[in-house]
Design a protein around this ligand. Structure first.
Ligand SMILES: [Cu+2]
Length: 436
């Protein structure tokens, strides 16, 4: 059994995790099942590893302040970089308002270059749309601009710069913008906000590389790569909403939820009419779009939620190597051991087990890097990283961060000789390679 301490070390930072638990606990006790009108800025939604932007009422509007600036960011224990974000963080704080509210959002630029903020998906006056050059002049370093508009439609939106977009989004400048309905048509127990993005961070490097166009090696949910992503903890039978945005540079993400079919109920274009909804277990969240999906967490367990593109479920995977699968390396390794003892060849039997070599056998990661890093699971290393998190479904009395305790006899394990014989299954004596 993995202890709580180990889990804290291997998943999220302790603070993030305790936030998860507090939030989940709150979600189970003070659920929104009454459908009562929410109040703004109360953190009605939950952004794992993130926070909700503070706001206050003033002169007929809800007032908020974003500061665009350089931030020191940890993607996952073992990898930090100088990124750009808002209010000391990437992903930027989630803006949460109520349908019909007027907002006045101040944006201070503390970057070394101009910026602007586009309110993606919101219907607003043209001059508030934030496209530098087209609808406003850029916000120069040191300046503070004011944006003011009414949030007319409930929904899941985003904000991001519309000046030097390629650089600024690759450096981490993005956030979610949630407009809550006055009365939720389908109240949920937990309303989760996730921003997907992708980065190119060279191993040992100190900044993301905005010039990358194809070889992204850090894939994130709310700017965290597994095992840095906070788990989503909910009670058995909870109604759960995921509001997912994607501001990756180049990739759409096929987000896959284990065990629970879900329905996409809205995009950033509005509600999907009930007649057009259909059940899915994987949905593509295209670059520059949001999808809002809902499901019932009907079964206890630790369930994976991840991008199904396999290179997006890896950490700092290098792609410039020849595949060694099936290669006979005995002699090469012996020679290499004499000539360059520090170089290690591996991968001839596949790449599983590399995370074990780092985590369990004490092999050292190069400084400030997380190549092939996975998370410690209750049975072995979880050989995934990147855009991956765990939905933990528990009876209300056991809402904690421990691993799921499987009922006896419900875990896949070695087949017994008796079962094999009883079912007439004969295990071949040799593998495929021996026959060819
Ligand atoms: Cu993906």
């Amino acid at each position: 059994m993995v202890t709580r301490r180990e889990l804290l070390q291997t998943t999220a930072a302790a603070a993030a995790l305790s936030t998860t638990l507090a939030k989940s606990a709150a979600a189970t006790s003070s659920t929104s099942s009454t459908g009562a009108a929410p109040s703004s800025g109360t953190g009605r939604t939950w952004t794992p590893n993130g926070e909700t932007l503070a706001s206050h009422a003033s002169r007929g509007a809800r007032v908020m302040h974003l500061v665009a600036e350089e931030v020191e960011h940890e993607f996952c224990p073992g990898l930090k970089a100088r990124c750009w974000g808002y209010n000391g963080r990437t992903v930027g704080p989630t803006i949460e308002v109520v349908e019909g509210e007027r907002v006045r959002i101040y944006v201070t630029n503390r970057l070394p270059e101009p910026t602007s903020v586009h309110w993606h998906g919101l219907v607003l006056p043209n001059g508030m749309d934030g496209v530098a050059g087209l609808t406003q002049r850029p916000i120069q370093p040191g300046e503070t601009f004011a944006y003011e508009f009414d949030c007319l439609r409930a929904g899941t939106y985003m904000y991001h710069p519309h000046y030097d977009e390629m650089t600024q989004m690759a450096m981490g400048m993005m956030g979610m913008f949630i407009v809550l309905p006055r009365r939720d048509p389908r109240p949920v127990d937990l309303d989760v906000v996730m921003m997907l993005s992708e980065w190119s961070v060279p191993a040992g490097g100190s900044r993301p590389n905005p010039l990358a166009m194809a070889d992204f090696n850090i894939l994130t949910i709310n700017s965290k790569a597994f095992p840095g992503t906070a788990p989503v903890v909910v009670k058995t039978g909870a109604r759960v909403r995921f509001r997912i945005g994607n501001l990756s540079a180049m990739d759409h993400h096929a987000m896959h939820l284990h065990a629970f079919p879900f329905t996409v109920v809205a995009t950033d274009g509005g509600e999907v009419p009930p007649s057009a909804r259909f059940p899915e277990v994987t949905t593509l969240v295209a670059v520059g779009s949001t999808k809002t999906l809902e499901f019932t967490a009907a079964l206890d367990g630790d369930w994976a939620f991840h991008c199904h593109m396999t290179h997006h479920g890896m950490n700092q995977m290098g792609h410039g190597f020849p595949s060694l699968i099936g290669a006979e390396l005995t002699q090469v390794k012996a020679r290499l051991a004499k000539q360059s003892p520090s170089v290690m060849l591996m991968g001839e039997a596949g790449m599983g087990g590399m995370a074990d070599m780092f985590e369990m056998e004490g092999m050292k990661y190069p400084a400030n890097s997380i190549p092939m890093k996975g998370g410690k699971g209750p049975f072995s290393m979880i050989e995934m990283g990147g855009m991956f998190t765990v939905v933990k479904v528990r009876p209300p009395a056991q809402l904690d961060d421990e691993w799921y305790q499987h009922p006896k006899g419900t875990v896949a394990d070695l087949a017994t000789a008796a079962d094999l014989a009883a079912d007439g299954v004969v295990v071949p004596a040799t593998g495929v390679s021996a026959k060819t």
